[in-house]
Design a protein around this ligand. Structure first.
Ligand code: HEM
Length: 512
């Protein structure tokens, strides 16, 4: 090709390419202007720095790309690299202008102020979990229902009541898995934690009902962090169908319970469903079916998904870190050895003595970040660090970023239970269960389930993953793509004894 033809082509490409860049820039600017148009000059000037992305989709494309890659943290890193570690940025997420809080200091301010920040979950989450669940009701109603439902789950008395059931379930379940050959370890663990939360809320249901309900929850969860696109083939569409099924099943259980109760004195051994049926507000009003069902859908979901995932990751991390595994096993052997001869199972005192295991669980919670972000909405203009969060804007509390911030946790991607030696985390720096009035009401129950499971697992079982290199998927929660295909084996006591015992753990990189 002649020199001049080449030049013409090069110049045309440059002009068209440059033009495209300018058009893109103009579109993004117009989008930002449109979203901020009602704020007025002064408030607009005081917004935190940020990037509102593209018209309609905002930053969702970048967010999803990061969370579908191996490096989900790249989403927030982009803001930090561009605007500095100021902990507060503007963005456009899930269809709304949003302020993202990413450092402990800023997250703490948002979590602790219930008047200025109310729940502000995306449309998909509200529709799927239910408008009458904790994320949709008034502040007063939330306080009342929370009081009613959290004491029977998390108090000392409640935990000692559930301990025996949890323990029996762990023993039977591990035996069963060891005879099953290849299993999806995560799926089985979710069934295990579902059985426990079903026991607490609905006394119990038959195995087939329980398994089919748990499967429906899987679909519900996939839609929760998705865009609210109600078209066949989209996660949200499948999740809406799942919600319908859950409502139908829970409604039939509720109808049965109401007809059983009619004219009869209260049953002995009440579960949470009974408590919800009986509770009255100060005016004597009882909860209607929709309210009870939404609270149940929320609790049954929150009460098994996260604990199932964390139990899986804690087991996997221990298997990947032989030094930590030995320390954890040694501690559990000592607890078994020190049990009085007449004591059959574990007591809460035994569980409290599992100091190293507690560090393993905390480190897993930090590293895995099951709830990577929480959603709020500002009820009024709020000033933080001289920036303004405008009234009505959504606010995201980035728990994940707090836990992966190397200024808070050196080598944040390393699994290192020893980082918790003698450490009480500063307020706002460790938020696996959230904080403030929305602190997870199942935190102690979750830790109890995980500890009891690991106690029996470490003493007698081993995990053999079939695809240890299986890539990790981060949405809706971090999990191996193959759901942790594995064999659970029960090696003989003699071969276990031969294991060498060391006294320190070495970290290695495992961000999840
Ligand atoms: C390892 C397990 C668990 C993790 C990591 C976890 C995490 C969380 C987090 C971060 C929040 C706060 C969300 C926010 O800031 O808005 C939360 C709330 C909640 N969790 Fe958990 N959770 C776990 C287990 C459980 C269990 C076992 C239950 C039930 C017994 C439960 C029930 C709830 C409920 C009902 C809420 C809403 C609280 C409210 O809005 O007042 N969670 N959880």
């Amino acid at each position: 090709m002649e020199f001049w033809s080449m030049m013409m082509i090069t110049v045309t490409v440059a002009v068209v390419g440059g033009g495209m860049v300018m058009v893109k820039g103009a579109m993004r600017k117009a989008h930002m202007w449109w979203q901020e148009r009602e704020l007025g000059e002064e408030r607009r000037r005081r917004l935190p720095p940020g990037d509102m992305g593209w018209p309609l989709i905002g930053n969702m494309w970048t967010f999803l790309r990061s969370f579908k890659s191996r490096d989900p943290d790249s989403f927030i890193t982009y803001f930090v690299n561009r605007f500095g570690r100021i902990g507060i940025y503007k963005a456009f997420m899930f269809g709304s202008p949003t302020i993202m809080a990413t450092t402990p200091e800023v997250c703490k301010v948002v979590l602790m102020d219930d008047e200025k920040f109310i729940p502000g979950w995306p449309k998909a989450t509200c529709e799927l979990i239910g408008k009458k669940s904790f994320i949709g009701i008034t502040h007063e109603e939330h306080k009342r229902l929370r009081r009613l439902t959290s004491t029977p789950i998390n108090g000392h008395e409640a935990l000692s009541t559930y301990l025996k059931f949890i323990e029996d379930t762990v023993i039977v379940t591990l035996e069963k898995w060891a005879s099953m050959g290849e299993i999806q370890f995560l799926t089985e663990l979710r069934r295990f934690t579902f059985r426990i939360i079903m026991h607490i809320f609905l006394s119990s249901e038959s195995d087939p009902i329980m398994e089919s309900l748990e499967r429906v929850y899987t679909d519900l969860n996939y839609g929760m962090r998705a865009m609210a696109i109600n078209l066949p083939g989209f996660a949200y569409h499948r999740a809406l169908k799942a919600r319908k099924k859950l409502v139908a099943v829970l409604q039939s259980i509720l109808d049965e319970r109401r007809s059983m109760k009619r004219g009869k004195p209260p049953r002995e051994g009440k579960d949470m469903m009974d408590a919800l049926l009986e509770v009255k507000d100060e005016n004597g009003r009882k909860l209607d079916d929709e309210e009870i069902i939404d609270v149940l859908i929320m609790y049954l979901n929150a009460g098994h998904e996260s604990s199932g995932h964390i139990t899986m990751w804690a087991t996997v991390f221990l298997q990947e870190h032989p030094d930590c595994y030995r320390l954890a096993k040694l501690e559990q052997e000592e607890i078994r050895r020190n049990k009085p001869p007449m004591q059959k199972g574990l007591t809460l005192k035994d569980v409290r003595q599992m100091e190293y295991l507690s560090k393993v669980i905390d480190e897993t919670l930090r590293l895995v970040n099951i709830s990577f972000v929480a959603f709020r909405q500002a009820t009024t203009d709020v000033e933080i660090n001289n920036y303004i969060i405008p009234k009505g804007w959504k606010v995201q509390v980035w728990y994940r970023n707090v836990h992966m911030d190397h200024e808070v946790y050196p080598d944040p991607k390393e699994f290192k239970p020893s980082r918790w030696d003698g450490v009480t985390p500063k307020v706002g720096t460790f938020l696996p269960f959230g904080g403030g009035s929305r602190l997870c009401p199942g935190n102690d129950l979750a830790k109890l389930e995980i500890s009891v499971f690991l106690h029996y697992f470490l003493l007698d079982y081993k995990l053999e993953r079939l695809n240890p290199e299986s890539p990790v998927r981060y949405l809706p929660h971090p999990r191996p793509k193959d759901n942790c295909m594995a064999r659970i084996t029960k090696p003989s006591a003699t071969s276990m004894k031969a294991e060498h015992i060391s006294t320190s753990d070495n970290g290695s990189s495992h961000s999840r």
